[in-house]
Design a binder for this molecule. Structure first.
Ligand code: FES
Length: 228
């Protein structure tokens, strides 16, 4: 099928999302909750784009590309919407970047930097409360800091789809939603098998591998591994 993205003709395969179609011609759309093959639940709204003929912006990660579609990924309206999304996410995020293990490797930090956001005018519905919630830190390898969680659910989806364990769950709804990460005192009773895939999937410093404290991202290099 053929469509137009940012004025460029794109040929996309049937079933592709706008995000995937854009990628085929090198157009990068920012994402936070999306993980290829694992999660396209559309919870963060950072990937919004404008589609000709639609009043509302749509999420590129889970909207299918269609024949003849005309898409704008970086219009003024789209950029403003993404800035608002980032400000809203920041309003519920403990901005303690200097002390965070993910400093320099945090996807929220990266996009805030790209879109020029360093503060938020919004008062988060859970921010202050969560900063007072102690870390779940009893697990020997993994740690969960709810005050840095943006509830993108990449960890939940990874634990469910990639490992089939379903050890991490989502509980409650709306502003009371919590990620039930099994890293408290009772972690040995849970289905967690300490694989660390959840921490790998986390875009912020909410879920981390404890030994990250010993290094900064710029001090290590990525290597291929046989670990799934
Ligand atoms: Fe599409 Fe989060 S990446 S909604």
């Amino acid at each position: 099928m053929r469509l137009t993205i940012d004025g460029r003709n794109v040929e996309a395969a049937e079933g592709m999302s706008i995000l995937q179609a854009a990628k085929t011609v090198g157009i990068e759309i920012p994402t936070l909750c999306y993980l290829e093959g694992i999660s396209d639940i559309g919870s963060c709204r950072l990937c919004v784009v404008e589609v000709e003929g639609k009043n509302e912006l749509v999420t590129a990660c889970n909207t299918k590309a269609k024949e003849g579609m005309v898409v704008q990924t970086a219009s003024e309206r789209v950029i403003e919407a993404r800035k608002t999304v980032l400000k809203l996410l920041l309003s519920n995020h403990n901005i303690d970047c200097f002390n965070c293990e993910k400093n320099g490797d945090c996807e929220l930090q990266k996009y805030c930097n790209i879109y020029g956001i360093d503060t938020t005018p919004y008062f988060g519905s859970r921010g202050l409360l969560e900063c007072e919630i102690p870390k779940k830190d009893a697990h020997p390898f993994l740690s969960y800091d709810q005050s840095k969680c943006i509830y993108c659910q990449r960890c939940v989806q990874t634990c469910r789809v990639a490992t089939g364990r379903r050890a991490i769950k989502l509980r409650r709804t709306g502003k009371f939603t919590i990620i039930d990460a099994p890293f408290g005192d009772d972690w040995e009773e849970t289905r967690c098998e300490s694989c660390g895939n959840c921490a790998q999937a986390c875009p912020t410093g909410a879920l981390t591998i404890k030994r990250r404290k010993n290094y900064r991202p710029w001090e290590v290099k990525r290597v291929r591994t046989t670990c799934p």
